[in-house]
Design a protein around this ligand. Structure first.
Ligand code: ATP
Length: 274
């Protein structure tokens, strides 16, 4: 459980400012998750059901996990109490012992219920809840059935929302996508021109060198088909190029970050390396 995700060395928790090019997704999440979670009493008063599950899907590296982590930080900033955030990779819930996976799921939902308002985030949901068919082994079928039952039980548990993420939506058992389970599906596409510009700006926001104007346009045009993760890797590779250019004997020297002046040629060299 955590309230905000930090990368190992980053100073700041991940929030919505660290997400580029997904303004519409952020606005939707505010409506379908943040407001219902923080004001579940209003939904109860008007006898309205808040969404129970939201499914993020789309190609790898397009910000699904990032936005879930940012969501936890953002909700806790809204200031009306704390929202507990439970993150699990689909396959991590699976257990080799008979009944173990189902118990893990029930324990997780129990914990999240006790900690309401809360969010459960299943990354790589397809690993946990694949389509049940004749080929699917008994264990997987029973895990999917347990998850379905737990999601159906959310009706009596206002203030608990489940988010799933996958890049193989067609591999998820269709029963989970019926109304009342993962009610809302959000597609995360590869970023277009404007989104790539925003993502590059996010990843270079703390740098002295900011690719802007003509060069930013060159970079954006040259990175068609890149995901957010590819753009992040491009920026990180540009940094390595800059370090090597500035300090040819890099291995023997402790680098002072303030001394680094990343420039256009570092990006161009980096792109050639990806
Ligand atoms: P997968 O389906 O493979 O799990 P994902 O969609 O969950 O992929 P993330 O883990 O969210 O992808 O993205 C990986 C990294 O790429 C992020 O930590 C971030 O650095 C960068 N990234 C991806 N999308 C964006 C974005 N929209 N804005 C800023 N950075 C992004």
């Amino acid at each position: 459980q955590r309230s905000a995700k930090r990368t190992k060395y980053s100073k700041d928790p991940i929030d919505f400012c660290k997400v580029g090019g997904l303004a519409h997704h952020l606005a939707t999440l505010r409506e379908v998750i943040i407001i219902p979670l923080l004001h579940s009493n209003v939904f109860a008063h008007f006898n309205m059901k808040a969404p129970r599950g939201v499914l993020f899907y789309g190609p790898p590296g397009t910000g699904k996990t990032l936005i879930a982590a940012a969501l936890a930080t953002e909700i806790n900033r809204e200031g009306i109490g704390k929202v507990a955030f439970f993150e699990r990779k689909g396959a991590d819930v699976l257990d080799k012992w008979v009944g173990g996976s189902e118990k893990n799921l029930r324990d997780l939902f129990d914990k999240a219920t006790k900690s309401r308002p809360s969010i459960i985030f299943f990354d790589e949901l397809d690993g946990l809840a694949p389509i049940r068919d004749k080929q699917t082994d008994q264990i997987h079928s029973s895990v999917v059935a347990t998850l379905l039952a737990l999601m159906d039980g959310l009706d009596n548990k206002p203030g608990l929302i489940v988010i799933g993420a996958t890049n193989r939506i067609e591999a998820i058992d269709p029963a989970l996508r019926r109304p009342g389970r993962f009610d809302k599906e959000m597609y995360f596409p590869l970023p277009g021109v404007e989104a790539r510009r925003e993502i590059l700006e996010v990843h270079t926001s703390s740098w002295k060198f900011k690719p802007n104007g003509r060069f930013l346009k060159t970079l954006v045009d040259a990175t068609s088909g890149y995901s957010g993760a590819d753009l992040q890797a491009l920026c990180s590779e540009a940094l390595v190029r800059c370090m090597k250019r500035t300090y040819p004997c890099l291995k023997k020297i402790k680098v002072n970050p303030e001394s680094l002046r990343i420039d256009e040629c570092d990006f161009l060299n980096a792109r050639l390396n990806l």
